[in-house]
Design a protein around this ligand. Sequence first.
Ligand code: NAD
Length: 368
Amino acid sequence: MSNPSLLILAGDGIGPEVMAEVKKIIGWYGDKRALKFDVSEDLVGGCAYDVHGKPLADETMAKAQEVDAVLLGAVGGPQYDNLDFSVKPERGLLRLRKEMDLYANLRPAQCFDALADFSSLKKDVVAGLDIMIVRELTSGVYFGEPRGIFTEGNERVGINTQRYTESEIARVARSAFELARRRGNKVCSMEKANVMESGVLWREVVQKVHDEEYPDVQLSHMYADAGAMQLTRWPKQFDVIVTDNLFGDLLSDLAAMLTGSLGMLPSASLGAPMANGRPKALYEPVHGSAPDIAGQGKANPIACILSFAMALRYSFDQGAEADRLEKAVEKVLADGLRTADLMGPEGGSPVSTSAMGDAVVAALDASL
Ligand code: NAD
């Protein structure tokens, strides 16, 4: 049988720097766990624009459609800020998400004990936190028609439309229930059924998918504004939260920051299963290309490393190896290693991007 395939798109700024550390880890799995990947690499974002005049070449897009998973670093940078909207680096990422139809965006909010003091909330509220937000990514108010700025009488009006079909709701609900079965078996669905018809439909469809296909999973419903409050009051009450594109955008940022630095946050975007049963998938850190620290060896590679752990779990059915990698990260942090972004106001001596990657590899070695 051939090895699982992985397309690496390191991108711009700190993307290549953090990805270099992930490559060390991919190498480790091949050498030490006989878990080999067919890795190919290509360009996305500004670096693709420099070569092809567009942020994602058609051949790269085709490759992304064929592989088992795409791992992306980050795109963008000030030198591309004045480009036409159609060729901006971010368009490359949006094209990947759209053409791969990645409708379920998974954003874990996990608090490593060693970093619990780093949160803006009290330590006992966040220590041990492990929740997953599933955000619908390809529909809703960011895509609904009509949209635009129109003139009505003697003033302008800005319009966006929240629109969801039953099938769009059902498929993301299934993603959430499937995930919950592998975790704490609880899903909380969030919408605004009290004031939005799309929310009423959302609630009905999620309930129906639950009753017919996932009755074993515990389901609750919450209004999204109350959900935001509960996330800051007592986030540990949640396991999986499923919500629409707009609310998910806000709630996943809120939940993620409960746990500290942007440099720690991974994500996965999943689509429909391919012929081999694996979902179409793109894994990427939440952070951007961080031009302010690019090229200085200061970037925290953990978000990108944890994105690869998500790939092990959700694309390659290697849950035990994903656990191993997450534990290795936990150990390194518990040992006190910190990149600059994880330094508190009291300071200290930060380690470099590559030293952090090497330490994770050493912790993986120690796990054998
Ligand atoms: P950013 O995430 O790049 O950086 C925000 C702040 O967090 C910066 O101070 C940065 O130094 C810090 N930071 C981010 N990642 C870090 C890491 N791994 N380790 C240590 N510190 C880290 O967001 P921004 O500054 O708003 O955007 C910079 C560029 O990235 C822009 O061109 C933007 O369009 C792009 N961007 C891309 C993505 C993506 O590729 N998915 C996401 C957001 C922004």
